[in-house]
Design a protein around this ligand. Sequence first.
Ligand SMILES: Cc1cc2nc3c(=O)[nH]c(=O)nc-3n(C[C@H](O)[C@H](O)[C@H](O)COP(=O)(O)O)c2cc1C
Length: 194
Amino acid sequence: MSVDTDAANKVLAGLRPFPVAVTTVDGGFGNGLMSLSAGSASIIPEAPRATISLTKFNKTHDMVSNSGIFVMHMLSAEDDQLAKSLEILMTLGGSSGRDGDKLSKLRTKTGVTGAPILLDAHSYVEARIAGTLDVQESSIFVGDVVAAEILNPGQRLKINEAWGKLPEEWIAQYDANHEPQLANARVRRFGQKV
Ligand SMILES: Cc1cc2nc3c(=O)[nH]c(=O)nc-3n(C[C@H](O)[C@H](O)[C@H](O)COP(=O)(O)O)c2cc1C
C-alpha cells in the first residue's frame, strides 16, 4: 500500500512549534544543538519528564547517549532577549561540535548534572535519561527532570517567528548542514544506496 506522504507531512508539520537548545557534556567536552523535537513525557506533575529526538549523525546524539544527561532550553521571544535567542539558535543549529567548540561562544553556567546551562535562554529543564528508543536514524531520549529554572521570564520563541529574522547566509549554511544529515538518515533507514 502506498502512503500519501504529502498528506502525512501536512498532518505532522508544525506539531512542535518551540525550538529548544539541547546541551550536554561528555568526557569534559560540552556541546549542544537546536531541536524541534521537544516534549513533555510525564503525566505525574511531581515527577516531570522531558523527551527529545536526536539524529545519530549529530555529535550531540552520541554525547547524550554516552553521558545520560541533557539540558533542554526554551528561547525567549521578548524584544530585549531576541538577539540572544537568535545567536543561540544560529550557534548551536548551524554547525557541528565536530568542527569546533560552539559553547565557548555562549554564556553558560554548570548545572547539577555537570552539563552546561545557557544563561541567555528563557528557561531550562535538566534531565537524566530514564529510557531511550532506538529508531534507526535517530534516538528518542526520555529524561527525569532533576533541575529547572526560569532565567528570563516572558514569551517563548516559536520557530515561525525565528525563521523570518534569520540572515539568508545562515539559512544557506543550515541547508548545507542538513544535506549530509538527511543522506545519512536515509542510509541508516533504508540501507546503502545502489
Ligand atoms: C530549528 C532547528 C531544528 C532542529 N531539530 C533537530 C532535531 O529535532 N533533532 C536533531 O538531531 N537535529 C535537529 N536540528 C539540527 C541540529 O541542530 C544541527 O544539525 C546541529 O548542527 C548538530 O550539531 P552537533 O553535531 O554539534 O550535535 C535542528 C536544527 C534547527 C536549526
